[in-house]
Design a protein around this ligand. Structure first.
Ligand SMILES: [Zn+2]
Ligand SMILES: [Zn+2]
Length: 350
């Protein structure tokens, strides 16, 4: 009796932990199954999606004075947030956060989650309002002055090979512009918003300053145009990619077992968001870890779950609950990179 209770492997904490680790794949599996079934029902009957489309169209027509982009926003918001897939996936991830949290004690409905959800809304509005205009401008400039650079190499390949090549190129470019946004200080000011979250959650994925979207688009537009590559438009691939990056921002203690050697995981991306100096500028990957491996930026340990955030105490971190509190924080955070830029100008180059 005494020996058994003295064995640390049999302590109540470790038993609880091993029960949770056993439970986690079942919760994830059930969630995936439910999400898959929901998608299948949506795809085969199209009843729910037709209703959503009708509701979205109603939102657009009942507010005829709205600018076109806001109507588009309505449609996108209705399609996303009234979509059963969204809720199945959301509930699964939140359940998993209770079962295997990376940061124990973080509330599921934290202030951070509310703040990041607001960022999702702001990001959506701005993206729909400005990014298509900017992309059209870049395309016009490319077609007029750089069209001669276009290569039809990837297009000429058989479809599966072209798909794999496109996917790898997009992932490599995502790695590259992420790396650049860390290394060029002006770009980093904007990227700090994404890194500032001490309560990582699945909406942190879209805690992104609009300037970041513009920077990323500017950096990737020419190579993607040269190779005639676009983002996947298939519903299943788009949903899987969206949820893949959301899930690795959640508060989850998992490294996906052997898959950790090839895929970015909640553990490896947590290292990227770590506040500890030894983790800085590691794990830039978005889907695959191969680029970090190739360029020497892969953090070699797979079992660390550090605290996250940035070290700047002047950052206007959300601390106050309440509607006005989170809106005030959102405005202050949006302005924060500009404050750094202005400060740099008055202080002069260092
Ligand atoms: Zn980063
Ligand atoms: Zn991130």
């Amino acid at each position: 009796m005494i020996e058994a209770s003295a064995d640390p492997a049999r302590s109540p904490e470790s038993r609880l932990r091993s029960t949770r680790e056993v439970l986690a794949p079942w919760v994830a599996g059930a969630g995936l199954l439910a999400a898959g079934a929901t998608l299948w029902v949506l795809r085969t009957t199209e009843t729910i999606s037709a209703d959503l489309d009708a509701f979205a169209a109603w939102c657009g027509t009942t507010l005829p004075g709205l600018p076109v982009f806001l109507k588009g926003y309505y449609e996108a918001a209705v399609g996303t947030f009234l979509n059963p897939v969204f809720f199945v996936a959301l509930i699964t991830v939140l359940a998993l956060e209770r079962v295997i949290p990376a940061k124990a004690g973080q509330r599921i409905l934290s202030v951070g989650l509310a703040q990041d959800f607001l960022w999702v809304g702001l990001d959506g509005v701005m993206r729909l309002a400005l990014i298509p205009v900017y992309a059209a401008l870049l395309k016009a400039v490319y077609d007029r002055y750089l069209g001669w650079l276009t290569l039809d190499v990837v297009k000429a390949w058989p479809t599966p090979a072209a798909l794999v090549a496109s996917f790898l190129v997009i992932d490599l470019l995502a790695w590259a512009h992420h790396f650049v946004r860390h290394k060029i200080s002006v770009f980093w000011y904007f990227h700090t918003i994404h890194h500032s979250q001490p309560e990582m959650n699945l909406f942190t994925d879209l805690r992104v300053h609009l300037a970041e979207r513009i920077i990323a688009l500017s950096l990737t537009f020419i190579p993607l145009s040269m190779l005639q590559i676009g983002m996947p438009t298939d519903l299943y691939i788009a949903l899987a990619l969206n949820w893949y990056t959301r899930v690795y921002h959640a508060n989850l203690r998992t490294n996906y077992g052997v898959l950790k050697h090839v895929l970015v995981t909640p553990q490896s991306h947590r290292i990227h968001h770590s506040i500890e100096p030894r983790h800085q500028d590691k794990n830039f990957g978005v889907i695959f870890t191969v680029w970090d491996r190739l360029f020497g930026t892969l953090y070699p340990h797979y079992d660390e779950y550090p605290e996250t955030g940035i070290a700047d105490s002047r950052f206007p971190l959300e601390q106050h609950r309440g509607l006005m509190g989170v809106f005030r924080s959102l405005a202050a955070q949006f302005y924060y990179p500009f404050r750094l830029l202005l400060g740099r100008r008055t202080e002069g180059p260092t």
